[in-house]
Design a protein around this ligand. Structure first.
Ligand code: XLS
Ligand code: CA
Ligand code: CA
Length: 399
């Protein structure tokens, strides 16, 4: 279980987000907070590593500016991040906690309002490279296992002011250059793209797993990049979590997971701690059949609700998330060991295992032959047994 459940805590939700939403100010207190930005970063690192250690999550993830204060002056930004990352390294060594991935926040600052790598202004593209280069340097320093690109504003709001083709070419160029730089400084881990269909951009270029994989293959990036699939982003794209995981697994591109859940009755990114054991079971089925996540993990990209204001709520959220995935793993393992679903699916496609079906699948039949056969076949009605299979899944979950 320990090998499969490589849990990570997200710095941004756990130690930065204070409950602020578009309708109200902060509700959560962080007792470690200091008024000086650098002193605050160090106190935050102490609190974060204390939390990881008490909770027992072996990995963490962060954006550059979650951990280190941003600055209008890129040299100050760079120098500060260098110092803060030394502090993080010392805490990693002391605690044994490792970096699952880091990333650059190239979406919050106002100059990223029209995107980073896809910005219509070259100067902004170059400014984004400062953060991504520094984040890659930090990754190598901290022994990161993966590096994430989430295209927050890599998309557009209106075609009336957008050259979509050119923006996508710029995104591919930027990712290729970053990949080459990362490899040149010794990054041996996996580059990850995290798909999301909307919010903050209306149209985002990395809409879902299928779109992202098509983009990566189109630009020859599929050997170095895989996907980081977030449950809540899959549901915003109109998919289930396990659907997007399966799309990645089928393409050999399942890299890592942002383990959270959305709300079924609204249409935005609520980043809730995962408690839906149907969803975690179906996810772990895909992950186990994939042979695990390799150097990926399960990052709790999840936050307390705005009114969950006790410090212990942060522990409770993570503990429930871990338990939900642990239960999902146990149930998925039982399902795979007993093989009932697998044999049902195998039997459903059995007509392709022998004879003409086998020839069709192997590509050794032409279309006219297929059509000629179609005139002679007898078609039998066969139930897909959806209700039976749903009940079977319930019997695994609840006895
Ligand atoms: C936002 C994303 C973001 C990525 C990392 O919706 O989930 O937090 O995981 O930039
Ligand atoms: Ca995420
Ligand atoms: Ca999210």
């Amino acid at each position: 279980m320990e090998e499969h459940l490589r849990f990570a805590t997200a710095y941004w939700h756990s130690f930065c987000a204070d409950g602020t939403d578009p309708f109200g100010s902060a509700t959560m207190d962080f007792p470690f907070r200091k008024s000086d930005a650098y002193a605050n970063a160090i106190a935050k690192a102490d609190a974060a590593f204390e939390f990881f250690t008490k909770l027992g999550t072996p990995y963490y993830c962060f954006h550059d500016v979650d951990a280190s204060p941003n600055s209008e002056d890129p040299s100050v930004y760079e120098k500060t991040l260098g110092k803060v990352s030394d502090e993080l390294l010392a805490r990693q060594k002391a605690s044994g906690i490792k970096l699952l991935w880091n990333t650059a926040n190239v979406f919050t600052h106002p100059f990223y309002m029209n995107g980073a790598a896809t910005n219509p202004d070259f100067n902004v593209v170059a400014r984004a490279a400062v953060q991504v280069k520094n984040s890659l340097d930090v990754n190598v320093k901290l022994g990161g296992q993966n590096y994430v690109f989430w295209g927050g504003r890599e998309g557009y709001m209106s075609l009336l002011n957008t050259d979509m083709k050119r923006e996508q070419e710029h995104l591919a160029r930027f990712l290729t250059m970053a990949r080459d730089y990362g490899r040149s400084i010794g990054f041996t881990g996996t580059f990850l793209i995290e798909p999301k269909p909307m919010e903050p951009s209306k149209h985002q270029y990395d809409y879902d797993a299928a779109t992202t994989i098509g983009f990566l293959k189109n630009w020859g990036l599929d050997k170095d990049f895989k996907c980081n699939i977030e449950a809540n982003h899959a549901s915003l794209a109109g998919h289930t979590f396990d659907h997007d995981l399966q799309v990645c697994a089928d393409n050999g591109m399942l890299g890592s997971v942002d383990a959270n859940q959305g709300d079924s009755i609204n249409g935005w990114d609520t980043d809730e701690f995962p408690t839906d054991v149907y969803s975690t079971t179906l996810a772990m089925l895909v992950i186990l059949r994939n042979g695990g996540l390799g150097n990926g993990g399960l990052n709790f990209d999840a936050k307390r609700r705005r009114n969950s204001t006790d410090l212990e709520d942060l522990f409770i959220g993570h503990i429930g998330g871990m338990d939900s995935f642990a239960l999902g793993l146990e149930v998925a393992n039982n399902i795979i060991e007993e093989g009932l679903f697998d044999s049902f699916v195998k039997e459903r496609y059995a007509s392709f295992d022998t004879g003409d079906g086998k020839k069709f699948e192997a590509g050794s039949m032409d279309f006219a032959t297929l059509a000629a056969l179609g005139k002679t076949v007898q078609i039998e009605k066969r139930s897909g047994k959806q209700e039976y299979l749903n009940n079977l899944l319930n019997s695994y979950l609840f006895g």
